[in-house]
Ligand binder design. Structure first.
Ligand code: AMP
Ligand code: GLY
Length: 417
């Protein structure tokens, strides 16, 4: 099977790594990719938002399957262009990707499907914003309605900060504050059958102790030893399947990866958000534990054949990933700095520990930083303590001037396990 992956983050590196280990994959391509992905896939230049260009590349490569990693191409309709060209694609249509692309749309689908989520108001004027903030009280939760790479949400006790964020967005969703731990649960779906993966937990805030601004995610781990073993089943029946059924009922079936961001509140499970693609960095730990070869799973979703898929197999091992980010991330990051120590990780920590690249590029023999999140150092181990120790040992070998990472990824879960 010839596979083309679209994207250039650590999520795509994780996807490419798993696909490269799958004996069914005879050729692996990625566009645009990064310096790390180049080691497992052949890279191509393409405007990932241009459906015609991506379809032309898929045709030129004779791709049997295209996997679209990030949300922006999905929301731009790249999967539609590929389907129209007759290429099997893992990723939802433009209409279905609105589950991620518009928070107001997602709320509407959840209401219709009876899926539990935070109560909310969609607001466009300062008067509506004021009334909604008053109605819920602090802590205030204000979300930009459109795509914002995980950075469009402000959670604050400060009413002026809540008003300022609202004023900076065209349209916001203001909602009740959800307490309780967060869980990311992914499901692969062909629009009808829903196959949940293993849950993971992400660390959204920039700094240790969940301080600082929201980011795209600074680390993740899986499994969640503290979670109820029935959690996945409960989310499948109360969230994932009803949402997929509602999208099909609307004539816009959702096929690809449905990502449920959940809060386990004192009043039960609530959806914080949906995403229409694999999460980053959670994918790094979920795929580290998946034993079933990946290509067949994604192909079954792309071709409407998930009902016939064998149950997924998982290792009992734990996985932890720690994101190394550039100076000033999640603000405008500093880029162009050399990264060293990657060879040491490869020589001393493989195969249980490896570096997945995000914002990197190669210049001659040097790997340079090229984005906000630069690397995702991923490790497996017999439990979270071992996986975390291994990940941080490797993080310490990687040198990037001015870089930052959290030192408490999976710390509490490992200590409590
Ligand atoms: P989102 O982009 O909707 O996932 O929001 C980003 C992050 O903001 C989430 O992972 C939560 O940590 C936080 N957040 C979003 N909505 C709420 C809410 N209703 N209550 C508490 N925290 C929230
Ligand atoms: N880790 C959060 C996301 O992928 O949106």
């Amino acid at each position: 099977m010839k596979v083309l992956v679209i994207g250039s983050g650590a999520r795509e590196h994780a996807l490419c790594r798993s696909l490269s280990l799958d004996p069914a994959v005879t050729a692996l391509h990625c566009a645009p990719g990064n310096a790390g992905i180049a080691e497992v896939a052949e890279l191509h230049q393409v405007d990932a938002l241009d459906g015609a260009a991506v379809s032309a590349l898929a045709a030129e490569l004779g791709a049997d399957l295209v996997v679209v990693g990030p949300e922006a191409p999905l929301v731009a309709g790249v999967a539609d262009a590929l389907r129209a060209a007759g290429v099997p694609v893992f990723g939802p249509s433009k209409e279905a990707a609105r589950l991620e692309g518009s928070k107001a749309f997602a709320k509407d689908v959840m209401a219709a499907a009876g899926v539990p989520t935070a109560r909310s108001y969609v607001c466009t004027t300062p008067e509506e914003v004021g009334a909604a903030l008053d109605a819920f009280g602090a802590p205030y939760v204000v979300k930009d309605d459109g795509l914002a790479a995980g950075k469009g949400v402000v959670v604050t006790d400060d009413i002026e900060a809540a008003e300022a964020h609202s004023a900076a967005c065209d349209r916001v969703v203001i909602e009740e504050y959800l307490d309780g731990p967060e869980v990311s649960l992914f499901a692969v779906t062909d629009g009808e059958t829903v196959v949940p993966l293993q849950p993971a937990q992400d660390f959204k805030r920039a700094l240790d102790g969940d301080e600082g601004p929201n980011t795209g995610g600074m680390g993740a781990y899986s499994p969640l030893p503290w979670a109820d073993p029935k959690l996945v089943d409960e989310v499948l029946h109360s969230v994932l399947q009803p949402t997929v059924d509602e999208m099909r009922r609307r004539g816009t079936p959702f096929s690809g990866l449905l990502y449920a961001g959940l809060a386990l509140t004192s009043r039960g499970i609530r959806v914080i958000e949906f995403n229409a693609r694999f999460g980053d960095p959670e994918t790094q730990v979920v795929l580290a534990r998946l034993q079933t070869p990946l290509a067949g799973v994604l192909m079954a979703a792309a071709t409407g054949d998930l009902a016939h898929l064998e149950p997924l197999r998982w290792t009992d091992e734990a996985a932890v990933t720690v994101v190394v980010a550039s100076h000033n991330y999640p603000g405008t990051p500093r880029t162009g700095d050399p990264i060293t120590g990657l060879d040491e990780v490869a020589a001393q920590d493989a195969p249980h520990t490896y570096v997945l690249h995000a914002g990197t590029r190669r210049e001659g023999d040097t790997v340079l930083s090229a984005g906000g999140r630069v690397l995702s150092v991923t490790a497996t181990g017999k439990d979270l303590t071992e996986a975390r120790d291994r990940a941080y040992t490797a993080v310490a070998r990687v040198r990037l001037d001015g870089s930052q990472h959290r030192s408490d990824i999976a710390a509490r879960a490992a200590a409590d396990a």
